[in-house]
Write a protein that binds this ligand. Structure first.
Ligand code: CP
Length: 299
């Protein structure tokens, strides 16, 4: 079914043209930078950030995006909400809607949580990360970052390795969808026990042999809070070490937060390490991308 532009739940709902339209708008906001003079499409509107899991980048960038579009926001965080008394995610969202919010940005551990909310409420719902399966706004901001790095929205000819704890990564799953839509080849790299086979991608457990073939690397955090187990020599085999980075000239990305010294060396993570280090550009793209999504759905 074509994307109806009402909710932003999963990247596979969007056609390539829908995705590129949002990316172009995000790029417009990025180009305008501090000179952006908003026409305040969210003026008078309140966006609810319903975050049942912790977040730094996603929540703050939705907040900043809302404010830059002239809107206001409220935060409802898991530990301080009545979910601690057993209230369901959908009931929580219905109560926010009853208070008059214009949209709900939701992060939750339930894979279908945003979809279930979208079935019940009458306002736009945006998936800000659900379970281990979906983080579509992250994949869109990664696509914006890569398209600006390569100078084109057409990523055919690019080969991106997503490296690390793929098994627990909603970022990986959404990026596989987004990158393929834009034409990129994707290879998943990691230890066999963290490489799921259901993502329809080439896989490898030999990071070094990939370096000469790929044009971009997305490092992933080992998600210890989801009980990821890694071998003692994980950094040596799967980390973006200083030595590996010295042999690589393409885009270097990480969605954050980073386990410095494990999946990425401190010196590689530092922004001044290389003009190819896009890690903080991803964060900057995050605000612009979320502005584009909020404007499209609610503005
Ligand atoms: N990349 C990302 O989703 O970061 P946060 O968990 O801090 O939002």
């Amino acid at each position: 079914m074509p994307w109806n532009g009402r909710h932003f739940l999963n990247l596979d709902d969007l056609a390539r043209e829908d995705m590129i339209g949002l990316m172009k708008r995000a790029s417009h906001f990025l180009n305008a930078g501090d000179r952006y003079e908003p026409d305040e499409p969210l003026a008078g509107k309140i966006i609810a950030n319903l975050f049942m899991e912790n977040s730094t980048r996603t929540r703050c960038s939705f907040t900043i995006a809302t404010k830059r579009l002239g809107g206001d926001y409220i935060d409802l965080l898991g530990e301080t909400s009545s979910s601690s008394k057993g209230e369901s995610l959908v009931d929580t969202a219905l109560n926010l809607e009853a208070m008059g919010v214009a949209g709900i940005v939701v992060r939750c551990s339930e894979e279908n949580g945003p979809d279930e909310i979208a079935k019940q409420v009458g306002v736009p719902v945006i998936n800000a990360g659900s379970g281990t399966t979906s983080h579509p706004t992250q994949a869109l901001l990664d696509a914006v970052t890569l398209s600006r790095y390569f100078g084109t929205d057409d990523l055919s000819g690019q080969h991106i390795a997503i490296v690390g704890d793929i098994a627990h990564s909603r970022v990986a799953r959404s990026n596989v969808i987004g990158l393929k839509k834009l034409g990129a080849k994707v290879t998943l790299v990691g230890p066999p026990e963290l490489l799921p086979e259901d993502l329809n991608c080439e896989t490898s457990s030999d990071f070094d042999s990939m370096l000469a073939k790929i044009t971009g690397i997305m490092m992933l955090r080992v998600q210890f809070e989801r009980d990821a187990q890694v071998c003692e020599d994980y950094r040596e085999k799967f980390g973006l070490t200083e030595a590996r980075a010295a042999n690589f000239q393409g885009a270097i990305m990480h969605p954050g937060p980073m386990n410095r010294g494990l999946e990425i060396d401190d010196s590689v993570a530092n922004i001044e390490s290389s003009p190819h280090n896009l890690i903080l550009s991803q964060v900057t793209s995050g605000v612009a991308t979320r502005m584009a999504i909020l404007e499209h759905l609610i503005g």
